[in-house]
Design a binder for this molecule. Structure first.
Ligand code: PLP
Length: 349
């Protein structure tokens, strides 16, 4: 049912610039990759940014670097995340050291659930990476406490920001709470550009290692690890064109969400807030949930939904699957769809 649409401004920016790439012959490692670096640093207020072919390639690069240069090879994941995050850990030559449970209020782990997973792992903290996924378009509401805990215990915090480009918590972007983070611009993501990722970090040593990793360190020739995971110039231009429309995309979805919020508030249906006093989400998903019964029992007439955030759990958070549903929300969504969903909500309660 879902339909990926891009703003006209993104399409025209791409059209106005792609021929130059062919005319100059600068097909790789040129201005559009550089512009992405600058955009990422300024937009996220981050010290370093490195464009990658995907979120996954960026996370594998970071874990490989953390294993090789920092001796970190045990990774804790959260239960409610994409299956591929698990394959990334092993692809980077690391080992899984357990899964943090997640809660239905955010679909993410809170500090206590992180502490329980760290204790259960029985690993020395100096070997550990906590790979935390921000889910659904908001930043983990307890990220500040989790980052403080990780710092105090010498655990490396790696943020999977696949869903959270444009989201902030207390004015800060995801990827800047821990040691590093990676966004995704995959076709179905909040800011969709087909394929692509962006590593960001305030740690200049890590930033420098990633920058050299993605070009095999072929100039300094000091590193023994590295692979080409860079976007081509055409892809970098495509990502850049869509990134320029970030605010427009989020604002458009916020207007759809406002209608859902009105219905949910009136009908007292719990939903995950994307905007509060201290955080602001990108409306990647609009999630309704039920604390103590399957969502189908709470909202029996709700049929117009998109797929669940995940219909599986990597660890032990399987109740999340049954207890949430995602209402359709995409850029320029047709009003008939929004109205149909709202009608089904009212008929349910
Ligand atoms: C939580 C999460 N992490 C990582 C990824 C991987 O992103 P990419 O396809 O850009 O590698 C996804 C994509 O589905 C995801 O949902």
């Amino acid at each position: 049912m879902g339909m990926i649409k891009l703003p006209e401004n993104a399409k025209s920016f791409f059209r106005n610039n792609y021929e130059e790439i062919f005319n100059t012959g600068n097909l790789a490692e040129s201005i559009w990759n550089e512009k992405l670096v600058e955009f990422g640093k300024v937009f996220c207020n981050a010290g370093c940014a490195v464009p990658t072919s995907s979120n996954g390639s960026g996370l594998v690069a970071l874990m490989t670097i953390y294993r090789h240069y920092y001796g970190r090879d045990k990774v804790i994941l959260q239960s409610n995340t994409m299956y591929g995050v698990k394959t990334m850990v092993l692809s980077a030559g690391c080992k899984l050291a357990g899964f943090a449970k997640c809660n239905i209020e955010s679909l993410m782990p809170n500090l206590q659930q992180i502490q329980d997973a760290v204790n259960a792992s029985k690993q020395a903290p100096e070997n550990l990476i906590l790979l935390l996924s921000h889910i659904g378009g908001i930043i983990n509401p307890e990220i500040e406490k989790i980052a403080t805990f990780c710092q105090a215990h010498n655990i490396l915090l790696l943020e999977d920001c696949a869903h959270s480009f444009g989201a902030t918590l207390n004015g800060k972007h995801s990827g800047t709470f821990g040691d590093s983070g990676v966004f995704s611009f995959y076709a179905t993501k909040a800011i969709p550009a087909g394929e692509g990722g962006l590593v960001i970090t305030n740690n200049h040593k890590i930033g420098d290692l990633v920058k050299r990793y993605v070009m095999y360190d072929r100039f300094a020739q000091e590193m023994n690890i590295g692979v080409n995971i860079r976007p081509s110039e055409l892809q970098a231009l495509c990502i850049y064109s869509v990134l320029l429309c970030t605010e427009e995309i989020i604002e458009n979805k916020r207007q759809i969400a406002t209608q859902y919020i009105h219905a949910c508030e009136e009908l007292q249906i719990p939903y995950i807030k994307q905007v509060t006093n201290n955080y602001s989400g990108n409306y990647y998903k609009f999630i309704v949930f039920s604390q103590n019964k399957p969502i189908g029992e709470l909202l029996p007439k709700l049929k117009t939904t998109t797929s669940k955030v995940y219909d599986y759990a990597l660890g032990d958070s399987s109740e999340i699957i049954l207890h949430h549903a995602c209402l359709p929300i995409w850029y320029n969504q047709e009003q008939e769809i929004t109205s149909k969903v709202i009608k089904e909500l009212y008929e349910s309660v």
